[in-house]
Design a protein around this ligand. Structure first.
Ligand SMILES: *[C@@H]1O[C@H](CO)[C@@H](O)[C@H](O)[C@H]1NC(C)=O
Ligand SMILES: *[C@@H]1O[C@H](CO)[C@@H](O)[C@H](O)[C@H]1NC(C)=O
Ligand SMILES: *[C@@H]1O[C@H](CO)[C@@H](O)[C@H](O)[C@H]1NC(C)=O
Ligand SMILES: *[C@@H]1O[C@H](CO)[C@@H](O)[C@H](O)[C@H]1NC(C)=O
Length: 474
C-alpha cells in the first residue's frame, strides 16, 4: 500500500508530480528504524521515507551489504571491494574521504593548521580541507607572507593636487593665505604648509581619490603651526568608498561602533595608525572628530596595489562555501522550498554548499521564476574571479540551474548585475546539465564585492543549486 523511498530507488514520478501538494506527517508513525512517515500523498494512506540502510514498505528491512548502511563518515563515499586484509582486520569496502578528512572511516578531521601555515603572527583557522589565515596588519596574502607598506605619495607627490579635496578651506590673513587640501602632505614646509578646514565648517573632511582600488594598511598624520600656534587633529574617523557616492565609516574589528583614531599632540610629530583589518577602497576620507584650535592636517597613506601579487590565476581560491569559512549566517535567499511542504525536507540556502551530501542537500526556492535569488555575505570586500555551480536530486529527480545571472553589492542594498563585456547586457552564465557535475564560470573582468547574489534564469525541473565562489582577499 505504499511506496518505498530509499536512496537506491528512484521511480516516483506519480509522487513527484505531487510536489506542490501540501502533505503532512502521520499522526502515528507506522514506519520503523528512524524513517519519516508522510500522509496525504496520492491514494496511499501513508508513505515511509527510509533512513539510509533500510528498505521495505515500512523500512523494517535492513539493506544488506558492506556499504549499506554507509560506514563512512563526513560525506565519505563507500566502495565495495574484494575482501582484503588490512592489518588484523578483513575489509570488504573502502571509504573515499572528502578533502580534509582521513582515517579508515573518514572519521578524522585533518587539522590543516598543524603545519602552522600562517606567517607573521597570523591566526590560523582549520576548515574542512582548507585553512584560513587572519593576518595582522600590514601583512596580507593567503599565508600573511606579504608586507603591504608602500607610502602612497602624499609626501612624495605621486598623489597629485587634483586627487585631494576637502569639505572646506581656511583662508588666513585677510584671505591671502589658502590652507588648501593639496597642502596636506606629510612634512610639507613653509609658512602655509597644511590643510585647515574653515572655522564655520561643522562637519569637516579631507578626501583622497586614489584613482583605483587600493589596499590601505595605515595612515600617518601630523599637525602644523600657524602664526606661532600649534594646530592639529587630536582624534579622527576614517570613511571609504568605491565610487565616491556611498561611504562606509571604518569600524575595525568592532562591528558596532565607528573606530576613533588617536591623532596628534603637537604641531610637528607624526602619529602612525594601522588599519587592522586593512581598508580596500578607491576613496578615503579623514573625518576630524576633535581638533586643537583648528582642524589642521599633513598626512601620508600606507598601503599597496591590490593586484601586484595576484592575477586571476593566483586569485582563484574557494572562498568557503564548501569549507564552511562562509558560515550559515552568511547565506540567505529570497525563499526556500519544502518537499511535500515538510519542514524536514527544507532546501535551505545554508545547504547550497558544493558537494553537500544528504537527502536535502542544496538550495531550492519556493517558486520557480526569475525573481528568486541566493545571497552570500562575505563579511568583507573580496575580489571575485569565478563561480562553480552544481545541481542536485530531490528523491531521485534530477534538478539544476542551467542559466543564471550574478549580481553584487557593497552594502547589500544597491546591486549591480555582472554585464557581458561585448553587449553590455546582463551576462547569462551557462550553468549545469546534470545533478552532479561541477560547472565553472570565470568573471571576466573580476570584480570586488562583499555581497554576491546568484539569480537563476533557466532551470531543469526545479531551481536547485549548490555552489562555490572563487577569488581572494585582495
Ligand atoms: C516488515 O513488515 C511487513 C509488513 O509491514 C511484514 O509483512 C514483514 O514480515 C516485516 N519484515 C520483517 C523482517 O520484520
Ligand atoms: C612646533 O614643533 C617644533 C618641533 O617639535 C617645536 O620646536 C616648536 O616649538 C613647535 N611650535 C609650536 C608653535 O608649538
Ligand atoms: C514569482 O512568483 C511569485 C510567487 O508566485 C510572485 O509573487 C512573483 O511576482 C513572481 N515573479 C515573476 C518574475 O514572475
Ligand atoms: C547523478 O549524478 C551521479 C554522480 O555523477 C550519477 O552517478 C547519477 O547517474 C546521476 N543521476 C541521474 C539520475 O542522472
Amino acid at each position: 500500500y505504499s511506496v518505498l523511498f530509499s536512496s537506491n530507488f528512484f521511480s516516483f514520478t506519480n509522487i513527484i508530480k505531487a510536489h506542490d501538494q501540501k502533505s503532512d506527517y502521520c499522526e502515528v508513525n507506522h514506519c520503523f528504524n528512524g524513517a519519516t512517515c508522510v500522509t496525504g500523498l496520492g491514494d496511499d494512506p501513508f508513505i515511509c521515507i527510509c533512513a539510509d540502510g533500510f528498505g521495505g514498505d515500512t523500512c523494517n528491512l535492513t539493506e544488506i551489504g558492506p556499504c549499506s548502511p554507509n560506514p563512512c563518515r563526513n560525506d565519505g563515499s563507500c566502495e565495495v571491494i574484494a575482501p582484503t586484509r588490512r592489518g588484523d582486520v578483513f575489509n570488504e569496502y573502502v571509504c573515499k574521504c572528502q578533502p580534509g578528512f582521513e582515517g579508515v572511516h573518514c572519521q578524522i578531521n585533518v587539522n590543516d593548521c598543524a603545519n602552522q601555515p600562517c606567517k607573521n603572527g597570523g591566526t590560523c583557522r582549520d576548515l574542512d580541507g582548507d585553512y584560513a589565515c587572519q593576518c595582522l596588519s600590514p601583512y596580507v596574502g593567503k599565508q600573511c607572507q606579504l608586507r603591504c607598506i608602500s607610502l602612497l605619495g602624499m609626501e612624495g607627490g605621486a598623489i597629485v593636487e587634483s586627487q585631494i579635496s576637502a569639505s572646506s578651506v581656511h583662508y588666513g590673513i585677510l584671505g591671502l593665505q589658502r590652507w588648501g587640501p593639496e597642502l596636506a602632505r606629510l612634512n610639507n614646509q613653509g609658512i602655509v604648509n597644511a590643510w585647515t578646514s574653515a572655522s564655520h565648517d561643522r562637519n569637516p573632511w579631507i578626501e583622497i581619490n586614489m584613482q583605483k582600488k587600493m589596499r590601505l594598511t595605515g595612515i600617518i598624520t601630523q599637525g602644523a603651526s600657524r602664526m606661532g600656534t600649534a594646530e592639529y587633529i587630536k582624534a579622527f574617523k576614517v570613511a571609504s568608498s568605491f565610487d565616491g557616492n556611498s561611504y562606509v565609516t571604518y569600524k575595525g574589528d568592532n562591528q558596532r561602533r565607528d573606530k576613533v583614531f588617536v591623532g596628534n599632540t603637537d604641531n610637528d610629530s607624526t602619529k602612525t595608525n594601522l588599519f587592522d583589518p586593512p581598508i580596500v577602497a578607491q576613496y578615503i576620507r579623514i573625518i576630524p572628530v576633535v581638533c586643537r584650535r583648528a582642524c589642521t592636517l599633513r598626512m601620508e597613506l600606507v598601503g599597496c596595489e591590490l593586484n601586484v601579487y595576484s592575477n586571476t590565476a593566483g586569485c582563484s581560491e574557494p572562498l568557503g562555501m564548501k569549507s564552511r569559512l562562509v558560515s550559515d549566517g552568511q547565506l540567505s535567499a529570497s525563499s526556500t522550498f519544502r518537499t511535500w511542504g515538510i519542514d524536514t525536507f527544507t532546501w535551505h540556502p545554508q545547504f547550497a554548499r558544493l558537494d553537500k551530501a544528504g537527502k536535502t542537500n542544496a538550495w531550492s526556492p519556493a517558486h520557480n521564476n526569475r525573481s528568486e535569488w541566493i545571497q552570500v555575505d562575505l563579511e568583507k570586500t573580496k575580489r571575485l574571479t569565478g563561480i562553480i555551480t552544481q545541481g542536485a536530486k530531490d528523491f531521485g529527480v534530477v534538478q539544476f540551474v542551467s542559466v543564471f545571472k550574478v549580481a553584487y553589492s557593497n552594502d547589500g542594498e544597491l546591486w549591480s548585475t555582472v554585464k557581458d563585456e561585448n553587449t553590455d547586457n546582463d551576462k547569462l552564465f551557462q550553468g549545469n546539465i546534470d545533478n552532479n557535475t561541477h560547472k565553472k564560470n570565470l568573471f571576466e573582468p573580476p570584480f570586488y564585492a562583499r555581497y554576491i547574489r546568484v539569480i537563476p534564469w533557466e532551470w531543469h525541473e526545479r531551481i536547485t543549486l549548490r555552489m562555490e565562489l572563487l577569488g581572494c582577499d585582495d
